[in-house]
Design a protein around this ligand. Structure first.
Ligand code: IPM
Ligand code: MG
Length: 361
């Protein structure tokens, strides 16, 4: 089959890691008889440098016309990069928020998995990490505080800033349905995370999630307050299967969960709309400090490409081949700098891509 993929190499290590993901996708295409057509678009700082804005209308149209989008990372050093002297709506991150909204990518899937081969990198005590963990954070991505009305005003000489947290029941329902659907394919447990002891938006969240749960009698639902969830993630991460939560809580909890795995360079993510279309990107950032040095870990991007094959193209066998290649390369002892440990062989970004692609063939 033929697939059209819009690529966003982006900033920092983005271009290097996307190049390796393409290498692996090309190996998949050869082996399974597919054709992958790539079109690059600019986003973030790369787009600011050329167009003065972090995302152009034209780039959005190119993304929309593809079957899926594969992204590296965007953004720079917030203290030194000139991009951060621009107005907030012209900074690199504004491009990411704009594309999420323009493509209606309301469901953000962020797996946090403790890899057996990398268990040593887990910062938790062994008595906790020994149980292993494998959770999927389902973060609502186009609502809440991120997209509510905001302004900064001055009243009687006092500066005041306002951000608005809004959710309507339809926004909650559609992400809850995705969450339960995904739980059904996993260990059938949803932990819905909110702040229902304080926020109205959370109380509505809880009600709507319960309504959705009624159609999934085979899936266990529990509610957890967000502060407790932050604690439970380090105390007993094995208890979680699917964590279902709103935009801001999901932003924070997914960073915590990825840190707990000890190997953020390994974590993929998918942002989906209500069709098969999605944007796939590593969970980590653009790491400007190591950009261009061929030391970044491309695995999170490669695994994001695998999620793309699975969720957008229905190519489960091909996705399995990528996931197995990652396992095989780790088992053979190859490591990039971020996951290096004693007795392993250190490789760069390109060589890691080569090793993965070789194992597909
Ligand atoms: C993420 C990032 C973004 C977010 C930033 C870059 C706007 O932290 O994808 O988690 O907060 O959503
Ligand atoms: Mg974040």
């Amino acid at each position: 089959m033929e697939f059209r993929i819009t690529c966003i190499p982006g900033d920092g290590i983005g271009p290097e890691i996307v190049a390796e993901a393409k290498k692996v996708l090309d190996a998949v295409a050869v082996k399974y008889g597919h054709v992958m057509r790539y079109t690059d678009i600019l986003m973030g700082g790369a787009s600011i440098d050329v167009h003065g804005v972090p995302l152009t209308e034209e780039a959005v149209e190119t993304a929309k016309s593809a079957d899926a989008v594969l992204m590296g990372s965007i953004g720079g050093d917030t203290t030194t990069s000139p991009w951060y002297k621009l107005a907030p709506n012209l900074r690199p991150e504004a491009g990411l928020l704009a594309i999420r909204k323009a493509l209606n990518l309301f469901a953000n899937l962020r797996p946090a998995v403790l890899y057996e081969e990398l268990a040593g990198a887990c910062p938790l005590k062994e008595e906790i990490s020994a149980a292993g963990f494998d959770m999927m954070i389902m973060r609502e991505l186009t609502g809440g505080l991120y997209f509510g009305e905001r302004k900064t005003v001055e009243e009687n000489g006092v500066r005041k800033a306002i951000d608005t947290l809004t959710y309507d029941e339809n926004e909650i329902r559609r992400i809850a349905i995705k969450g339960f659907d995904i739980a059904r394919k996993r260990r059938k447990k949803v932990t819905s995370v909110d702040k229902a002891n304080v926020l109205d938006s959370s109380r509505l969240w809880r009600k709507v999630v319960e309504e959705v749960a009624a159609a999934y009698p085979d899936v266990t639902l529990e509610h957890m307050l967000v502060d407790n969830c932050a604690m439970q993630l380090v105390k007993d991460p094995a208890q979680f299967d699917v964590i279902l939560t709103e935009n801001m809580f999901g932003d924070i909890l997914s960073d915590e969960a990825s840190m707990v795995t000890g190997s953020i360079g390994m974590l993929a993510s998918a942002s989906l709309n209500d069709t098969k279309f999605g944007l796939y990107e590593p969970s980590h950032g653009s790491a400007p400090d190591i950009a261009g040095k061929d030391i970044a870990n491309p695995i999170a991007t490669v695994l994001s490409a695998s999620m793309m094959l699975r969720y957008s193209f229905d190519l489960d066998q091909e996705a399995d081949a990528i996931d197995s290649a990652v396992k095989a390369v780790l088992q053979a002892g190859y490591r990039t700098a971020d996951i290096m440990s004693e007795g392993c062989v250190r490789v760069g970004c390109k060589q890691m891509g080569d090793l993965l692609a070789e194992r597909i063939k």
